[in-house]
Design a protein around this ligand. Structure first.
Ligand code: OGA
Ligand code: NI
Length: 352
């Protein structure tokens, strides 16, 4: 490739710095106290809850180790994903995502109207997925969608489904810790996910000839409840540090997962925890793979600050919104450049 397609080029103020800060960065939390229920002292458990709460408040991001997800399952999905992406574009496009089929392969995603330097394969963890039939806000019609699975590699489907179940299990454990850290009953959030639209994305970031101009994923906040990300040893994820707005690189830690609070938890917690901006830097030498799991409620969910966390002195900061409408509005901007920035939860804030 000679000239880089201008669609990938970021505005100067959003271009990455080539030198970066890794610093102490995002907290690393050891989840072993919840792995085995025996032999955990109340003090140890409370310490863990506090660590999670502090990380959510100060960073919106943390890494976990001793999380209980077997390494072999992670290696398997990684192996299958590498085989899938190594195929020709023509093969991959046989399972291409489009406006009727929301899962599958995609290589022209945009974040904030600039094209991302990546290709992805999405699958829903609990199928079939129900999605709105159109992007018209008044159109209440929905269609049911099944995942699209490629022929090759043949093990991809089972590997992905299996890994998906592990992510759901870990998500519930994390939700419990987050609920407790907000002084809520441990299972306070569980009911929201009896059915879910959660999905996993296989991300492949090829080497980029102009890493100083483009981004693997442009700056954004995750719209869902919680994200659980596996990244490889290349690194490139940057988080906007809350204290000073600097971009901080998340250091790859073998077998760790990176957790971040999404917009829905921000709204449920009435801003006690905030969904933090992040982005992905690419490089000219090494390709990178990452696998986020996005924990998402059913489309019919109305998202609003939890009653227990609001009162006269601390009134709800957001009006209730419908998750399905929100995400359908948002997903339009993934398909084409829009004239305006996409919908954000800040647009739903109640003015003081
Ligand atoms: C995302 C994301 C980070 C990464 O897909 O929302 O932030 O490291 N990905 O791939
Ligand atoms: Ni993200």
């Amino acid at each position: 490739m000679g000239e880089v397609d201008p669609a990938f080029i970021q505005e100067p103020e959003h271009r990455p710095k080539i030198s970066y800060i890794e610093g102490k960065g995002v907290p690393l939390i050891d989840l072993s106290p919840i792995l085995s229920s025996n032999n955990v002292s109340a003090i140890e458990f409370e310490g863990l809850v506090k660590e999670v709460g502090d990380a959510c408040k100060e960073w919106g991001f943390f890494q976990v180790i001793n999380h209980g997800v077997p390494l072999e399952k992670r290696e398997k999905i990684d192996g299958a994903s590498r085989k899938f992406f190594a195929q020709s574009l023509e093969e991959k496009r046989k399972v291409r995502r489009n406006e009727k089929k929301v899962t599958g392969y995609y290589d022209t995603e945009h974040t904030k109207n600039v094209r991302d330097w990546k290709e992805v394969f999405d699958f829903a963890v609990e199928g079939p997925t129900i999605v709105p039939a159109s992007h018209e806000p008044d159109d209440k019609e929905v269609i049911e969608l099944n995942n699209q699975w490629p022929e090759y590699p043949p093990e991809l489907r089972e590997t992905c489904q299996d890994y998906g179940q592990e992510m759901v299990k870990l998500a519930y454990k994390l939700l419990e810790l987050i609920a407790l850290s907000l002084d809520l009953p441990a299972d306070r959030f569980h009911g929201f996910f009896k059915e879910q639209t959660s999905f996993i994305r296989l991300n492949h970031y090829p080497p980029c000839p102009t890493p100083e101009l483009a981004l693997g994923v442009g700056r954004h906040k995750d719209a869902g409840a919680l994200t659980i990300l596996a990244q490889d040893d290349v690194g490139g994820l940057e988080v906007k540090q809350k204290t000073d707005g600097e971009w901080v690189r998340v250091k790859p830690t073998p077998d760790a997962y990176i957790i971040n609070v999404g917009d829905i938890i921000q709204v449920w917690s009435n801003d006690t925890y905030e969904s933090v901006e992040h982005r992905v830097i690419v490089n000219s030498e090494r390709e990178r793979y990452s696998y986020p799991f996005f924990l998402l409620p059913p489309l019919s969910t109305m998202v609003e600050p939890l009653e227990e966390l609001t009162n006269k002195k601390n009134p709800a900061k957001y009006r209730a919104y419908n998750w399905g409408e929100f995400i359908s509005n948002r997903s339009q901007s993934n398909f084409q450049k829009q004239k305006v920035e996409n919908l954000q939860i800040s647009d739903l804030k109640i003015s003081e």
